[in-house]
Design a protein. Structure first.
Length: 151
């Protein structure tokens, strides 16, 4: 046998067989399925916590927007999200500026808080954010202070 044929036989013997490759892929698929199942169980927790942070942040944003732009700013809540509205003094009506949607959570509010140019709030609000993982309540004081509690 010449050297070229011998080298080809040695190279052919060094690889994995089809059976070994299929077994390795099956093991990897089982590991991936187990990991994805554990991530799916904690996803509601992170959606809820993210939604709470977004609502808190938007409440602060609305307050500072009212102060800096010297205009009334309102946040209206609905079960799937909220919208930011600014009062137009010339036309004497609320104008929607932007809508925000939150996935995987449900919102409920007893009021739509209105932020005034001095940083105070009327229509005090208690906002409940919930999903399968739990419930948070955000309360808004007349001074503009935001308090969050996990129920």
């Amino acid at each position: 046998m010449n050297d070229k044929k011998r080298n080809l036989l040695v190279i052919a013997e060094k690889g994995f067989s089809l059976t070994e490759t299929i077994i390795a892929l099956a093991i990897l698929a089982l590991i991936a399925a187990g990991v994805s199942a554990s991530f799916l169980s904690v996803a509601p927790k992170y959606r809820l916590q993210g939604a709470v942070r977004k609502v808190q942040s938007r409440l602060n944003y609305a307050r500072y927007k009212a102060i800096f732009e010297e205009a009334k700013v309102k946040i209206k809540f609905n079960p799937t999200g909220y919208s930011l509205e600014k009062y137009d003094e010339e036309q004497k009506e609320w104008k929607e500026e932007r809508k925000f949607f939150l996935q995987g959570v449900t919102l409920h509010s007893n009021n739509s808080p209105v932020f005034h140019p001095k940083g105070t709030v009327s229509n005090l609000a208690s906002i409940t954010i919930s999903n399968s993982w739990g419930v948070y309540r955000i309360t808004l004081a007349i001074s503009g202070r935001i308090k969050t509690v996990r129920l």
